[in-house]
Write a protein that binds this ligand. Structure first.
Ligand code: ZN
Length: 267
């Protein structure tokens, strides 16, 4: 069985064929899909969808790329929902420093991102929820935040950092998301991490509708492509171990970090 640990299946781009896609996923042994939130306005949609479809699991959070949408009161609402709803995780939360933050409004954005990240880490700690982290050009800062919240565990989604940073995350008890970016042969540095790090650090994800694997470059990404992403992992792992064992390990890794999936997903 495969688990997609990060897929924005609630996005309207899936409205026309969501149920067809879910059937295709089941036919490919994908039994669980984690649907993370990015903005408050989407949270009720995610909760509704996950109630209707047994294989979907909700995470709620405020994504760092949408700072203009987030308000102080969203944190209060998030905390309430953590108390009242059965959430699998908190996410997608984190820091995105892809822009340079040289102008004053960019600097303000960086400060606001750090504030919302820190507040959400506190809420996750309070409700003991695993976290799904978005970190782009911000791994050092993210690691510092996580060091200050040592009881948390989770996934660094769509991992894009270095070997040294991966080891830091590992020490902090985090898993790394393996998705479409690894399927491109030019991503040599990233791909070399597969054999350098222990296998128990990796979890599979699509990040659909973004980050399409190379076989579907330029198309809308879909959770049904998870099996092709898993195939790339097996090729890069490059040991005589049988494929089934590798997939079972990746499945177990996901259950280890998202324990509420255990009752619903199994070998
Ligand atoms: Zn995402």
């Amino acid at each position: 069985m495969l688990i997609d640990s990060h897929c924005h299946l609630d996005f309207p781009v899936f409205d026309d064929d969501r149920s067809v896609l879910l059937k295709k996923c089941q036919a490919q042994n994908i039994d669980s899909i984690v649907v993370p939130g990015v903005c408050r306005k989407d949270w009720s949609r995610i909760l509704r969808l996950c109630q209707q479809q047994k294989m979907l699991f909700p995470a709620l959070g405020l994504h760092p790329c949408f700072m203009n949408d987030h308000r102080e009161d969203d944190l209060h609402e998030l905390s309430q929902l953590c108390a009242s709803e059965s959430l699998l995780a908190m996410g997608e939360i984190g820091l995105d420093f892809f822009i340079t933050h040289k102008t004053s409004s960019e600097k303000e954005d960086k400060i606001k991102q750090s504030y919302f990240f820190s507040e959400q880490l506190q809420i996750a700690t309070q409700y003991q929820l695993p976290i799904l982290i978005h970190a782009r050009k911000s791994h050092q800062e993210t690691i510092q935040f996580l060091k200050h919240n040592p009881s948390l565990q989770g996934i660094i989604h769509a991992y894009s950092g270095s070997y040294e940073q991966a080891k830091e995350y590992l020490k902090l008890g985090f898993k790394l998301g393996f998705g479409g970016a690894f399927t491109y042969s030019k991503a040599t540095k990233l791909r070399s991490l597969i054999t350098k790090l222990p296998i128990d650090v990796w979890v599979l994800e699509t990040d659909a509708p973004d980050m399409s694997p190379i076989q579907h470059h330029g198309e809308r990404n879909s959770p049904q492509y998870l099996s092709e992403i898993a195939q790339t992992f097996i090729e890069l792992y490059d040991t005589p171990a049988d494929e089934g064992k590798i997939l079972e390990q990746l499945h177990q890794n996901t259950l280890d970090v998202l324990p509420k999936l255990k009752n619903n997903s199994g070998y």
